[in-house]
Design a protein around this ligand. Sequence first.
Ligand SMILES: C[C@H](N)C(=O)N[C@@H](CCC(=O)O)C(=O)O
Ligand SMILES: [Mg+2]
Length: 365
Amino acid sequence: MKITDIQLGMVRVPLKTPFKTALRTVESVDDIIVSIHTDTGHIGYGEAAATAVITGDTHGAIVAAISTVIAPRLVGREIADFNALTRLVQTALERNTSAKAAVEIALYDLFAQLHGAPLYRILGGGDPVISTDITISVDYIDKMVADALSAVDRGFGALKIKVGKDLGVDLERIRAIHAAVDGRALLRLDANQGWTPKQAVHAMRQLEDAGIEPELLEQPVKAHDLAGLKYVTDRVHVPVMADESVFGPVELIELIRMRAADIVNIKLMKTGGLSNAIKLADIAGLHGVDCMIGCMIETSISVAAAAHLAVAKSDVITKVDLDGPSLCAWNPVDGGVAFDDAEISIGDAPGLGIVSIRDVQPIAC
Ligand SMILES: C[C@H](N)C(=O)N[C@@H](CCC(=O)O)C(=O)O
Ligand SMILES: [Mg+2]
């Protein structure tokens, strides 16, 4: 199975409701789709999200990185020579993690197709059904409470509540949702870097005093402030999770050395794809650090790859935040992983199981 061509396109899917965090508001998924074509007729699919405020990646940069730097290294090569291919992707250029992720996802799709098995089995196997949380965007309190109640009614057992704006209002948001769901869901808090270390400690103590025990607090402080993250971790009972602070193995090793957080959020758009994500899970597992698998605003193409990884690494990846497809108004994929609200289930089709993707606008390279 030899790579003959790499094509790019753009998929646009509106979200059911605007996605709002301390960093940004977004109303649709606008992602770059990669399709890798082979001489056997097999096609591997990948997706890159341009989350400039987190990864620094833009649509233009993703297209340029893939078409001018990564693709020329891959065309003509054998999928069977897999480790060499992922090395070529990772060493092609610095950073550009979303572009690397999209290409690696498509390569893993093809490698699993070559072996006639779903990707999670190639990665080691596992129980192909997992549960995800869902994001409650930061908004007016009444809207957040209504969104939280609707999510619980749809069967979500964990809510990822976005905060990180005005601290006083954030506390009111959490108290109101806690009271409304009345123990029917775990509460995960994600401040997306919006608080100072002292504000984060103050907030968690206020919640403790009110008898509210969130399952975790994600990225309370600035991405590069590992000392600040450690300050919070050392002072609160709630487990602290690093998200924007950890992209790849180098940051994770430093985080573990400093004991700056209790949990780490692995996302393919930060790691540059599956090969580094596997390394992160293995390093974390070795040190007894649990992981969440997360996503950006992505459809069921790249989130499918994350789900396959979560299944294969379920000993270390104990928390799942793969709600991207549930946030979308419709699913552009035929075949693939089934995202049914909280339940994610993977079938027996080889690779990612994607048959086709609808409404992809070709990008001329
Ligand atoms: C979508 C997912 N639940 C999530 O919250 N992901 C990110 C933010 C992604 C984005 O801004 O596109 C996170 O901070 O965990
Ligand atoms: Mg986060």
